[in-house]
Design a protein around this ligand. Structure first.
Ligand code: CBF
Length: 798
């Protein structure tokens, strides 16, 4: 946008004056942040209005991305960068004696997601606007984001993240005039309407008012502003009488209170299903209402509307779309189904069986009586359609209703025209294994869309030093055309350049070290290798394998205090689901090993272990630029894609990885010499599954190193962790090590030794790092979303 520094300063002072009646030098950082955010909203109000969520431009097909999670993190810097005024504002703040980073730090993380899936959804919002595509998000305005993690005595404690506070989210705009009603519970009776359809009559439903809050999604320096719509629940005025007690009102308010309510209880489960339906119904009603404003026939809605089901949580979009078309607008089943399948598409993000969503039929029927009828009908018609064409076993396996459960992935696949995995290996596994039965029926629906990241955030915003270095070498064009990074390959043998990148990394390590010192009181040596594993804590991600190796190093140093090794700092960041006991025990053990190691002076700082609490997007922006080694060590075949692996490589960290998810594509991008691969591949893992021949106890008994390391968990070496240590020992030895840590252990140890060796050759290491940066452009979410736009949604973009 066109703006001079002087004009900006005038606008900003005005805004502060109007919002808080203060002068700039009297204002707090929070007031400055809020005033700046308000000003940004003012700057973008015109393009935002022109691209309103609730109007479908005539003849322009629009994609609606439904996701139960969006994890944007802070938005201030991204918004300024995308408007093209980040440098100008930083500069202006210097002129008026305001520390810009303090203003940035006044913003709370918007953490409406757990991890990769939510972050990807937020990235896609940025990319959709950046490629100028009409693509809008639909989600839930949770009042509490993902819990805040505190570590007390080594244990994870979960505190509520009341991110909205009392004043709401500065980036949002409430749109009460676009509220809609959503019905749940009650009974439904169907009366034939004489035109081949049924008229439903609802007895005693609970009626909810869904109120949208819109958040602008600003494209990268292209004047486009898309919309992310988050739905909040209210009690409709007409229903006020039914909710006289605080208790009763709370039952309704709870619907949008928390992200991922505990689903281990009946109440928790029903709340989650209500959330899913609430978001989907409100979003689809709005889409259909606005489509009708174009005056076109509902039978043709697929020509102007695409709906994306991000993982199965919004899968109710399929029956809800049918319901609205049939019950509210009289479209006959066949026409409604024809449109639904053309409108819907689905991304699968996991092959872990326990994460594939299923709902108990009784619960489903009670909460969503009409939707249950429709799902039943879809299921019977599906069986009818495929009967005789495919073996009975395949049909049985692919049905939506099986064993008294509703299978949400099956619903999404049958009810849509596209199903995609999120990395090549993941899609191959869907095709060859997890969804193979479906692949035999609908091969044309399957496709791959490897995930991507917002490279702008992970370079220009989080790593300004590296970005300035790149500017010096290849000019600034890469900032808008990420593929230009490839030009850095020219410098791969230039020692001066390599040294400069090395120094940039060291500066970033010092910055992280200062944070660690301030928050944890632990002193880190910036000349050590910073070896980082940050992601959700899950057994398949194998943080425990990392810990086994740390314990091995501990014993190696204790055995030989003169050991020749580069000092190593292991950094972890990970939240465990509140009810996931094993994951919480691993956190406890990491913290206790950290205590043991960090307080043992005989180790002479050769080994340090840091667990950084409350890992979130903002912390990632500090950690990733400071990392030398990126730990991507999941059991092969288990991590669908991963996206932090892409962020690390683009910041010049060397990936230490199994052949899993997108690690394989990172390897293809950088070449075998610039990544360190270890462990079993997927075929080898599957071989164990087939032959049932894995024997962890044998490895434990026959391999003295493994024996010593594993026994450390139960022999009292690690303080204050007797029961957790026993639990981990049992998982590995008594329960046969579900994720093959012990089988991969030696190969992992060798890979770590290799890292230790090459790090000592500064030039070689820096060449690997530069090669990673130069080849990271292919993981741009802008490119990924272009493929979604062209190959799945058929929407236009620039
Ligand atoms: O596709 C985005 C990410 O989604 C997950 O986080 C998920 O929630 N299923 C996967 O675990 C990641 O591999 C994937 O990158």
């Amino acid at each position: 946008m066109e703006l001079t520094k002087e004009q900006f300063i005038r606008d900003f002072k005005d805004q502060l004056h109007r919002d808080f009646i203060v002068k700039i030098n009297e204002s707090t950082d929070e007031e400055r942040f809020l005033a700046l955010a308000h000003l940004i909203k003012k700057y973008i109000s015109t393009p935002w209005l022109e691209r309103r969520h609730d109007l479908i431009e005539e003849d322009v097909k629009t994609a609606y991305y439904f996701s139960i999670e969006f994890l944007p993190g802070r938005m201030l810097e991204t918004n300024l960068l995308n408007l093209g005024i980040l440098d100008l504002v930083e500069d202006a703040f210097k002129d008026v004696d305001v520390d810009f980073s303090d203003v940035v730090n006044a913003e709370k993380d918007m953490a409406l997601g757990n991890g990769g899936l939510g972050r990807l959804a937020a990235a896609f919002m940025d990319s959709l606007a950046t490629i100028g595509a009409p693509g809008f998000g639909n989600g839930i305005r949770y009042k509490y984001g993902l819990f805040k993690q505190k570590i007390v005595d080594g244990y994870q404690i979960e505190l509520p993240d009341a991110w909205l506070g009392t004043d709401g989210n500065v980036w949002e705009t409430k749109k009460p005039h676009s509220a809609v009603e959503v019905k749940i519970y009650g009974k439904v009776y169907l009366y034939p309407n004489g035109e081949g359809n049924f008229e439903p009559f609802y007895e005693d439903p609970t009626i909810l008012r869904a109120v949208p809050y819109d958040i602008a999604q600003i494209g990268f320096q292209n004047g486009v502003v898309n919309n992310l719509r988050l739905w909040d629940v209210e009690i409709p005025e007409s229903e006020e009488d039914k909710y006289r007690t605080i208790e009763d009102r709370r039952k309704i308010e709870d619907i949008t209170n928390i992200l991922y309510p505990d689903d281990s209880s009946y109440e928790g489960k029903s709340l989650r299903l209500v959330q899913e339906y609430f978001m989907v119904s409100a979003g689809l009603q709005t889409i259909i209402k606005n489509y009708l404003k174009t005056g076109k026939d509902l039978k043709d809605i697929h020509e102007l509307v695409a709906v994306h089901i991000n993982d199965t949580h919004p899968a109710l979009a399929v029956p809800e779309f049918m319901r609205i078309l049939m019950d509210d607008h009289g479209v006959v089943w066949e026409d409604a189904w024809n449109s639904t399948v053309k409108v819907m598409s689905y991304t699968n993000h996991t092959i872990l069986a326990e994460a594939l969503e299923k709902w108990d039929c009784n619960l489903f029927k009670e909460i969503l009586p009409r939707i249950y009828q429709i799902v039943n009908e879809i299921d019977s018609r599906y069986v009818e359609e495929v009967s005789g064409k495919f073996p009975g076993k395949i049909i049985e396996n692919t049905r939506i209703i099986r064993n008294e459960k509703i299978h949400m992935a099956n619903l999404s696949i049958i009810g849509g025209h596209s199903v995609n995995g999120v990395a090549k290996l993941h899609t191959d596994l869907l095709i060859s294994d997890v969804l193979n039965d479906f692949y035999q029926i609908y091969p044309e629906k399957f496709n791959n869309k490897t995930n991507g990241i917002i490279v702008r955030r992970w370079s220009q915003i989080s790593n300004p030093l590296m970005s300035a270095e790149i500017d010096k070498l290849i000019g600034k064009e890469w900032r808008s055309d990420i593929h230009q990074l490839k030009n850095l390959e020219k410098f791969i043998t230039d020692e001066k350049v390599l040294n400069e990148f090395y120094e940039v990394k060291k500066e970033n390590k010092k910055k992280l070290a200062a944070y660690v010192k301030e928050t944890q009181g632990i002193e880190l040596n910036p000349d050590a290798i910073f070896d980082v594993q940050v992601k959700r804590l899950h057994a398949y991600k194998r943080q425990l394998l990392n810990l086994l190796h740390i314990i091995k190093l501990y014993w190696d140093i204790k055995d030989n205090l003169d050991i020749d090794m580069v000092p190593r700092v292991f950094i972890f960041g990970a939240k465990a689901a509140p009810g996931y006991r094993f994951a919480k025990s691993v956190i406890k053990l990491i913290n206790e090993v950290a205590n043991l190691v960090n307080n043992d002076e005989s180790l002479q700082d050769k080994l340090k272990v840091v667990f950084l609490p409350n890992y979130n997007v903002t912390l990632a922006e500090l950690i990733i630029p400071a990392s030398d080694v990126s730990e991507q060590i999941s059991t092969a075949g288990k991590e669908a894609s991963g996206t932090s692996n892409m962020k690390f490589m683009m910041n010049g960290a060397i990936t230490l990885a199994t052949l899993d998810g997108a690690n394989i594509e990172i390897k293809d991008a950088v070449g075998d010499d610039n990544i360190v691969i270890f462990g079993m591949n997927t075929d080898e893992v599957y071989d164990h599954y087939e032959k049932h021949d894995y024997n962890a106890r044998k490895l434990f008994e026959e391999n003295p190193t493994i024996n010593r390391v594993v026994k450390t968990f139960i022999d009292g070496t690690i303080p204050n962790s007797q029961s957790e240590g026993q639990e981990i020992y049992d998982a590995l030895i008594r329960h046969n090590d579900e994720y093959f840590l012990l089988e991969d252990f030696e190969s992992y140890v060798n890979a770590q030794k290799y890292i230790n060796d090459i790090y000592q050759d500064k030039i070689r290491w820096s060449q690997m790092a530069l090669n990673n940066i130069a080849n990271s452009g292919r993981f741009s979410a802008d490119d990924t979303i272009r493929l979604y736009a062209e190959e799945i949604w058929n929407i236009k973009h620039n």
